[in-house]
Ligand binder design. Structure first.
Ligand code: HEM
Length: 149
């Protein structure tokens, strides 16, 4: 990160406005990309609440004001994702949107790859189910009858 090493990632990203911009683009991509359809389906019809929660979490996580903690207590994100079937496929779709949003908005190559790496670790940590659980409805064929029982 060269000259920016002394700054918190929060500052490097542009503080509140920069994080809001990233989150906005991330959910816009989730809404628009056909490749993110599966992960979009897991979310509520309107993404405003999801965007606000992610913004508040990222604010503290990246070294700025701990807005999420102040409102909801310790994030315990893996536990909060437990009600959702986060498979490797869902993780990949989530990361596709986040990687594109970061690539578009972060000009510094070193900071860009640091951010993608950090989000990747967190996304890996959220995986809580096997991809074979994805979209099984309506797919009872000879191939999976019995094998998933
Ligand atoms: C790996 C793939 C992931 C999937 C499929 C996923 C999916 C979801 C879903 C379905 C929700 C509930 C919708 C909502 O609250 O509006 C949610 C909430 C949330 N996610 Fe994720 N997520 C993933 C990764 C991440 C990562 C990597 C982060 C942080 C860097 C994150 C941060 C959050 C936060 C802060 C909330 C709100 C939690 C709450 O207050 O209840 N998620 N996620």
């Amino acid at each position: 990160m060269n000259s920016t090493t002394a700054m918190a990632p929060y500052e490097v990203l542009g503080g509140e406005a920069g994080i809001k911009r990233l989150v906005h683009r991330f959910y816009e991509l989730m809404d628009e990309l056909p490749e993110a359809y599966g992960v979009r389906q897991m979310h509520p019809a309107t993404l405003d609440g999801s965007g606000q929660s992610l913004f508040e979490f990222l604010s503290g996580w990246l070294g700025g004001p701990p807005l999420y903690m102040e409102k909801k207590g310790h994030p315990r994100l893996r536990m909060r994702h437990a009600p959702y079937a986060v498979s490797q496929t869902m993780r990949d779709e989530w990361m596709l949107c986040m990687t594109q949003a970061i690539t578009e908005q972060v000009p510094d190559a070193a900071f860009q790859s640091w951010l993608i790496g950090t989000f990747t670790q967190m996304a890996d940590h959220m995986v809580n189910t096997d991809s074979s659980q994805d979209c099984q409805h309506g797919m009872s064929t000879a191939a999976n009858i019995g094998s998933s029982a």
